[in-house]
Ligand binder design. Structure first.
Ligand code: HEC
Length: 152
């Protein structure tokens, strides 16, 4: 069975609040769309990004705590290993120039690669994540979002 694209993603307008600087992130390189937003949100809560499907981004960046870990001194990752620092709150990241406490990551697009591949966080490889996503999640999401339909 094959699939065909049936609609284009719907753009979302990114409003910069009055008096704020321009974001540090080039939105033209990766335009925000309703479907992209939903996909990002689903991936943030999906344990499939970790080696044994036990940890999602939200396991450490807990929504009820402004996307931080607040009730432990350190966040817990793969196989109950501990992170060296606690997960900070996540907000207004489009305005942030450096990520992590030591500023070691310089672009928002690169940031998620760190937790996905760190042995004490999600302990997965990018190759394996891509294989897993191709197999099920992406297809399911594209069908759910009505961007694709089976053609047979
Ligand atoms: C095992 C816990 C854990 C998981 C899982 C995790 N993080 Fe984090 N995250 C952290 C910790 C700890 C830091 C701070 C690290 C540092 O400063 O060295 C951090 C830092 C960040 C930062 C930088 C924040 C800043 O202000 O510099 C972003 C963005 C982020 N994580 C996004 C994500 C995303 C997206 C995922 C999923 C792909 C994810 N994290 C998964 C624990 C986690």
């Amino acid at each position: 069975m094959g699939f065909i694209a049936i609609s284009k993603p719907k753009p979302i307008k990114f409003k910069v609040p009055k008096g704020w600087q321009k974001p540090n992130y080039n939105l033209k390189e990766n335009p925000i769309t309703e479907e992209g937003f939903e996909l990002g949100k689903k991936l943030f809560y999906d344990e499939v990004l970790s080696k044994d499907s036990s940890i999602s981004c939200a396991s450490c960046h807990q929504q009820f705590a402004a996307f931080s870990t607040f009730d432990h001194n350190l966040s817990h990752g793969f196989n109950n290993s501990l992170t060296t620092r606690n997960a900070p709150a996540l907000q207004n990241l489009a305005w942030q120039k450096n990520f992590m406490a030591d500023g070691g990551i310089l672009h928002l697009d690169l940031q998620p690669l760190a937790p996905m591949t760190a042995n004490n966080e999600m302990a997965e490889t990018i190759e394996s994540i891509i294989t897993k996503l191709k197999k099920n999640l992406c297809l399911k999401l594209l069908l759910e979002m009505k961007l694709l339909t089976p053609n047979a």
